[in-house]
Design a binder for this molecule. Structure first.
Ligand code: IZC
Ligand code: ZN
Length: 417
């Protein structure tokens, strides 16, 4: 197939070629080529190299060309933890937290996730689809080309399936790719508050078999946290999910330390996420099991917390560290991974390069994908041309959208003048 698009005159091309995922010091190696070009045919990359090499390999360019004018180019960003399908927003809870109420106090009073559940159940699928589509548009405008997307606001068989079907429909109709996760164990719904084991049984006996049979999810996730699913319930649900062929993710050690990281590692989970209160034993267990740590600094920020996950200790211990927005109506409503790279820099002392590794190769690993996150021949042609010349500008020049042009599967999906 002849080339269909060439991006030339790239100042810094972050290829992420080499080790995948990146651990420890390797997270600082972005495999940059200066003075580079990328050739694309259809939805795949066919060549990456210096501008002169690409001309030699590809001959005279007979297809559309984008002149990057010396800008920074990276792989399309990957967000490995989002809750993008929901009905109403919860800005009143954000304000209550600023006035001193905690996330858990609001949840226990009937707000939080259970409120989003009541909203989602009452909202038709086409309305949910329209609302989520706007969030995906915003992700794409900010350079995010693939997201993991969770259910978890249905918490009944019917409504969980409705939410997963919206995710499937979005994946088919929107340029952003969505990797679906079943999160029936996000909370105990109102009707099971006094009969929690029956809800665990419902997940195991009814929801998981149906989700697996209809291939509505790749992953099974759980909110393993004090006051939500305890370690015994979490193990039961996730062992059942694994028997159905789902790969495992955990919300772990977010608000208190419960040993969630150790549990995730012992079950061979692909990732454990949040980890603000991870123990030293948990860090070691995750480094040994290869379970990725998906860190969500925007959530600490939006909860008004001073506690951030110990990213430096995890990187030094050899844990695969990824970053995500956690985009959701409660604890962090943002579609900007660049903002998360900035928060990770300031609050967790991650370098800009570590931040880029965390939203490309390491995020791809955390969602079980090996065809994205790297710019190399054969990979899916997802890339971003930034209004920046150097990777260090991404955390430094924050709170504005620096994504200038976004290419998704070989097509120009976003152009900012
Ligand atoms: O809707 O509050 N922490 N799940 C676990 C969330 C936050 C999402 C929400
Ligand atoms: Zn979450």
């Amino acid at each position: 197939m002849a080339n269909t698009l060439v991006v030339k005159n790239i100042g810094q091309l972050v290829t992420m070629q080499g080790k995948s995922p990146r651990r420890g010091e390797a997270m600082n190696d972005l495999a940059v080529i200066c003075g580079a070009a990328v050739a694309i045919a259809g939805n795949r990359i066919v060549a990456v190299g210096s501008s002169s090499d690409i001309e030699k390999q590809c001959g005279p360019i007979g297809c559309p060309v984008i002149d990057a004018s010396g800008a920074l180019v990276t792989p399309g960003l990957i967000d490995p933890h989002t809750h993008p399908v929901f009905s109403a927003t919860r800005e009143d809870e954000f304000e209550m937290r600023l006035q001193g109420k905690s996330y858990m106090e609001i949840a226990q009073a009937g707000g939080g996730i259970r409120r989003s559940v009541r909203d989602l159940r009452a909202t038709p699928a086409d309305v949910l689809l329209d609302k989520a589509k706007q969030r995906l548009d915003r992700f794409l405008e900010h350079g995010v080309t693939t997201i993991e997307a969770k259910s978890g606001y249905g918490l009944s068989t019917e409504s969980e399936i409705k939410q997963l079907e919206v995710i499937r429909e979005l994946n088919e109709s929107h340029p952003v790719d969505l990797v679906p996760t079943f999160l029936g164990a996000h909370e105990f719904p109102d009707e099971y508050r006094n009969n929690r084991e029956a809800y665990v049984d419902l997940i195991i006996n009814e929801m998981l078999p149906l989700v697996a049979e209809r291939r509505l999810a790749v992953f099974s996730d759980i909110f393993c946290e004090e006051g939500v699913f305890d370690n015994v319930q979490s193990r039961r649900i996730q062992e059942a999910a694994a028997r159905h062929g789902l790969k495992l993710k955990f919300h772990a050690d977010e608000l208190v330390s419960t040993g969630g990281a150790e549990l995730a590692a012992s079950l061979g989970a692909i990732s454990a996420d949040h980890l603000v209160y991870i123990s030293e034993v948990g860090i070691k267990a995750m480094a040994d099991s290869g379970t990725a740590a998906v860190l969500l600094p925007g959530t600490s920020y939006s909860l008004g917390s001073k506690q951030y996950a110990p990213a430096r200790r995890m990187i030094e211990a050899g844990v695969v560290v990824a970053l995500s927005t956690d985009c959701n109506p409660g604890s962090n409503f943002s579609e900007s991974l660049a903002m998360m790279i900035s928060l990770a820099a300031v609050q967790m002392k991650m370098t800009a390069a570590e931040g880029i590794s965390a939203v490309t190769v390491n995020a791809a690993y955390a969602i079980g994908r090996n065809d994205i996150g790297v710019l190399a021949p054969g990979m899916i042609a997802d890339l971003v041309i930034w209004d920046a010349a150097d990777v260090r500008e991404l955390p430094y020049h924050y709170g504005v959208n620096l994504a200038r042009t976004v290419v998704k599967r070989g097509e120009v999906a976003v152009v900012h003048a």
